[in-house]
Design a protein around this ligand. Structure first.
Ligand SMILES: CC(C)(COP(=O)(O)OP(=O)(O)OC[C@H]1O[C@@H](n2cnc3c(N)ncnc32)[C@H](O)[C@@H]1OP(=O)(O)O)[C@@H](O)C(=O)NCCC(=O)NCCS
Ligand SMILES: [Zn+2]
Length: 274
């Protein structure tokens, strides 16, 4: 399995030991397969895996395809839309096919347990996340966590705040960063700017292993409670899964533009406060 510095993405398929409604499989993608599988095994993360865990359904990792980080979400979608995941699953067929667009990895390439029961025993369930605005007292810890999360998500984050580290430090000192923490670890952050009329969310990032656990929603809710009555705005590249996040938490699309230098298609969202 690639070292983190190689920045690989993985599309993976879980095989459930019993069907959940009609589903025998779950397909997802991640840059940190081991951490993501532990999250699933603990009954957090994607809704369907959470539901399976609640019903005592166990899973086993049944297929992994390697790809670039930039392509993994598109490929995940492609595999999800495929008619049936059984053909990729090493439990359902003795001759599984590679997931389209990915380089198939043998299960033996994974140097960790593949089944949910064993994975669950590896790590205790982390404390539920808490949300807070950062302060100057912990600016170094926050700055380094923000940089790590930004680096891991640089394909998605077109809008690094101006001024590099200096700009980030200023945001922290100005109290314009919310962090999500569990067991003392920073697992997400949200940075914003504002004018008298509205709040512009500049960056919102959740650590890969914590996706779909309500961190993004919680950080935005924290911002809303800090700035009651102010509309929130953000801009997102049209090709990112984050569009579904903003829509999923009640933001409305109000503008579609083209970025002057990169020519990227950008969607502008806002959440009005009534
Ligand atoms: C976008 C991002 C911040 C979402 O964070 P998150 O903590 O996983 O989001 P939440 O768990 O709070 O999700 C809240 C709701 O948003 C929607 N949602 C979030 N991610 C989604 C996805 N990948 N696909 C579809 N819907 C999604 C769902 O409705 C979800 O509710 P549910 O889990 O109950 O169904 C995270 O995916 C991320 O860090 N992405 C990379 C960086 C990025 O693109 N940031 C945005 C640009 S600044
Ligand atoms: Zn299967």
């Amino acid at each position: 399995m690639g070292r983190p510095s190689e920045r690989k993405g993985y599309v993976y398929c879980l095989h459930f030991d019993r069907k959940l409604k009609h589903a025998q499989h779950y397909v997802g993608c991640t840059t940190d397969l081991r951490a993501r599988l532990i999250t699933h095994a603990q009954g957090r993360g994607a809704k369907i895996v959470k539901e399976a865990a609640a019903q005592g359904i166990e899973f086993v990792l049944a297929a992994v395809g390697e790809c670039s980080v930039a392509a993994m979400r598109r490929l995940e979608r492609q595999v999800k839309n495929w008619h049936g995941s059984g053909c990729f699953c090493s439990h359902c067929t003795p001759t599984p096919r590679a997931m389209p667009g990915t380089r198939s990895l043998p299960m033996s390439a994974c140097r960790f347990p593949l089944d949910s029961a064993t994975l669950r025993d590896l790590c205790p369930v982390p404390a539920p996340p808490t949300f807070r605005v950062t302060s100057d007292a912990d600016s170094f810890k926050v700055l380094s966590a923000m940089k790590t999360l930004m680096q891991a998500n640089k394909d998605c984050l077109g809008f690094i705040p101006v001024g590099g580290d200096g700009g980030l430090t200023l945001s922290i000192l100005a109290g314009r960063v919310i962090v999500a923490e569990s067991d003392g670890l920073i697992v997400g952050f949200l940075a914003w700017t504002e004018n008298p009329d509205s709040v512009q969310i500049q960056q919102c990032v959740t650590a890969d292993a914590w996706r779909r656990c309500g961190i993004g929603r919680g950080m935005v809710a924290e911002l809303e409670s800090l700035r009651p009555g102010k509309p929130l705005r953000c801009k997102v590249r049209d090709d990112l899964a984050a569009n579904e996040f903003w829509r999923g938490i009640g933001f409305q699309l109000y503008e579609h533009t083209t970025h002057e230098t990169s020519a990227a298609q950008l969607n502008s969202y806002r959440k009005e406060v009534f």
